[in-house]
Write a protein that binds this ligand. Structure first.
Ligand SMILES: [Ca+2]
Ligand SMILES: [Ca+2]
Ligand SMILES: [Ca+2]
Length: 299
């Protein structure tokens, strides 16, 4: 951990990880503490080895009660625990079946709550400018505008439309159409080029805004403002994160779209996150529109 200092992570200073929880998860996953009372050998299985162990140490420490435990639990296999992301944004370390009962998403045996990257709760703004504190998926599915994991409704102004002006506060969106306005946006300084869309008149990315999208397919992602914006739009798509992003597609004017609007197709991988940047051709080109997202699996 860089820059962590010598404090106990999670208590003060560096809070990237919670050391107490990390240590707990570590010992929880590697200790030979039997998960079944009949598993005397600690190999997470009750079988002939346990029977032999009881017999070979008969009288000390084992007795008839232990023998009955082995018989009663014969054939039991312990499930290995892992990280379970709960609908309330928390993470618990448990077995898959318990995670399912709790309504969570299990990340697999041996995964840790620290590295699981469970989605965080955040502010979800509604069209009527009210706010709900929920997960991004639930927000997007219900047509809301998610303002980022870790945001809250007290610190979020749902009447303001300039939240997605920079990459770091990109608006999380899903498939389908999302209305937008660049009226209050400023020019972001992030690099881009027309190398993937030469000849399409990619302009200045004036008054640009940002969206974040998790691919729902492995195949062709279509991103479009085609025939659905009040100004001359530009589109740029990146993979990666705001601090380490790679441009993978762009569109200035698309031949099949009126009024210099834009459309592009790019190969994506299911589950990966992409950044979508919408701007105007030059100073003065800003306004409203709809960004249409479609993801089609390769056949
Ligand atoms: Ca055993
Ligand atoms: Ca901007
Ligand atoms: Ca254009």
């Amino acid at each position: 951990m860089l820059g962590g200092g010598h404090d106990w992570p999670g208590q003060s200073g560096n809070n990237d990880i919670d050391a107490t929880l990390e240590v707990w998860n570590f010992f929880d996953s590697v200790s030979v503490q039997p998960c079944n009372p009949g598993d005397f050998t600690g190999n997470r299985l009750v079988d002939v080895e346990d029977l032999l162990a009881v017999i070979s140490d008969w009288g000390n420490p084992y007795n008839v009660g232990d023998l009955l435990l082995v018989i009663e639990q014969w054939g039991s296999v312990c499930e290995d625990p892992g990280a379970c992301c709960l609908p309330d944004g928390n993470c618990i370390f448990t077995v898959g079946s318990d995670c399912e009962v709790a309504g969570g998403t299990w990340r697999g045996a041996g995964t840790s709550c620290i590295s699981a990257g469970c989605p965080e709760l955040g502010a979800c703004c509604r069209e009527d400018e009210t706010c709900d504190y929920i997960l991004s998926d639930a927000c997007v599915e219900s047509g809301g505008s998610f303002r980022g994991g870790g945001t809250n409704c007290i610190g979020t102004d749902c009447s303001s439309s300039d939240f997605n002006d920079e990459c770091f506060d990109a608006q999380v969106i899903g498939n389908g159409g999302t209305g937008f306005s660049t009226a209050d946006a400023t020019d972001s300084t992030d690099l881009y080029s027309d190398v993937q869309c030469g000849g399409s008149y990619l302009g200045q990315m004036h008054a640009d805004i940002w969206f974040s999208y998790q691919a729902t397919c492995s195949g062709m992602l279509s991103v479009s403002t085609c025939n659905d914006a009040s100004f001359d739009t530009d589109l740029v798509v990146y993979s990666g994160t705001c601090s380490d992003k790679l441009q993978i597609a762009c569109s200035g004017d698309d031949d099949n779209c009126a009024d210099y609007t834009s459309q592009l197709d790019v190969e994506v991988v299911s589950g990966e996150w992409y950044l979508i940047r919408v701007g105007g051709w030059e100073n003065g080109n800003s306004g409203t529109g709809s960004l249409l997202i479609d993801c089609e699996d390769d056949q």
